[in-house]
Write a protein that binds this ligand. Structure first.
Ligand code: NAD
Length: 305
């Protein structure tokens, strides 16, 4: 199969990672379509009841634009390279791009439903990838065509995308060598990332090890009644990493995403003697239930700000 040089991309999901990926691409001079679903938050109740809001594509796109904040953007020219749109109104955009990267929530059903839409509209040369933290590739590709499977790869970026220098690539069983080569070259030469190869095992390398470490610390904190601030002071400031201490990192990742990633280990590593470490502590589940999912919401372990 032939891939083309990546000049135009579509990013699906404009949350923490999708916004960061879109900004990084635009800063590298790549044209980007950034797609999401229109947020129906309680505050927008009036809009939901307004037929114009429901029916007009322009209004839906405007609502999305208000929600989306690609960051950091270097110049106005870079920002102009990003076009934001509601996913279901703009599925034809997939036919125009050389790479489609999915960054929707870490949920198998949502990922699979997204790929249904991609497959129905993608052209015959685009590379298709997922930014999943560690869901099974075989699971995500269930029911997909041979052509789709050949062009599929996991491109796992790290948060914040602009500053984290690593890209974890994971091939599926049918990924074509040209697709791997194209992604290595693009990731390294255009996006400035170092590349590491993971395997299609639960949470690949980064999150299988990284989440284990963070979960261990959370359980020990609870067991020994340490304070969140105390743990973060020791593992953050004292180690010269004031912004990346354990609980601050969890807030930056998004507690809902963190819970999904930990749960993926808990649900799939059924024979693993360390499985219990991935059991999400009650205090974290409670924050998620209250909508306190971290920096992207009103706050999480820390207040927003
Ligand atoms: P997020 O919750 O911040 O954003 C997800 C976005 O997807 C939201 O804006 C949501 O409105 C949108 N969305 C939901 N359903 C959709 C649909 N059907 N179609 C289009 N858009 C839809 O999540 P995130 O943190 O950006 O994570 C996205 C992916 O990246 C996940 O797979 C996650 O595991 C992975 N990831 C996250 C991090 C991190 O630090 N947050 C790091 C690496 C990888």
């Amino acid at each position: 199969m032939a891939t083309k040089r990546i000049r135009k991309a579509a990013v699906i999901g404009s949350g923490v990672m999708g916004s960061g990926i879109a900004a990084h691409l635009a800063n590298a001079g790549i044209e980007v379509y950034l797609l999401d679903i229109v947020p129906f938050n309680p505050g927008e109740k009036d809009d939901i009841n307004d037929p114009a809001f429901r029916n007009s594509i322009a209004t839906r796109n405007k609502a999305l634009l208000a929600k989306t904040s690609p960051s950091p953007i270097f110049t106005k020219r870079d920002l102009d390279l990003i076009t934001v749109g509601n996913m279901d109104d703009n599925l034809d955009w997939f036919a125009e791009v050389d790479w489609i990267v999915e960054a929707v929530p870490e949920s198998m059903p949502i990922k699979k439903a997204t790929f249904d839409k991609v497959e129905a509209h993608v052209n015959d040369h685009a590379i298709i990838s997922s930014n999943t933290s560690g869901l099974s590739i075989e699971g995500m590709l269930e029911g997909r065509s041979e052509s789709f499977k050949k062009r599929f790869i996991v491109t796992h970026f790290f948060n914040p995308v602009r500053y984290m220098k690593l890209l974890e690539l994971v091939e599926g069983p049918d990924t074509a060598p040209e697709v791997v080569d194209a992604m290595v070259e693009f990731g390294r030469d255009v996006l400035g990332k170092g590349i590491v190869f993971g395997k299609d095992t639960t949470n690949f390398i980064a999150n299988r090890i990284g989440v284990h470490g963070m979960m261990t610390i959370m359980h020990l904190m609870k067991k020994y009644e340490m304070s969140i601030e105390g743990v973060d002071t020791v593992f953050g400031k004292a180690m010269g990493r004031p912004k990346s201490a354990v609980f601050r990192t969890a807030d930056m990742v998004g507690l809902d995403t963190f819970v999904h990633v930990a749960k993926n280990c808990y649900d799939t590593l059924t024979e693993d003697e360390e499985r219990e470490i991935f059991q999400v502590p009650d205090f974290m589940g409670t924050l998620v239930e209250k909508g306190l999912t971290g920096q992207k919401a009103g706050g999480g372990f820390y207040k927003k700000g």
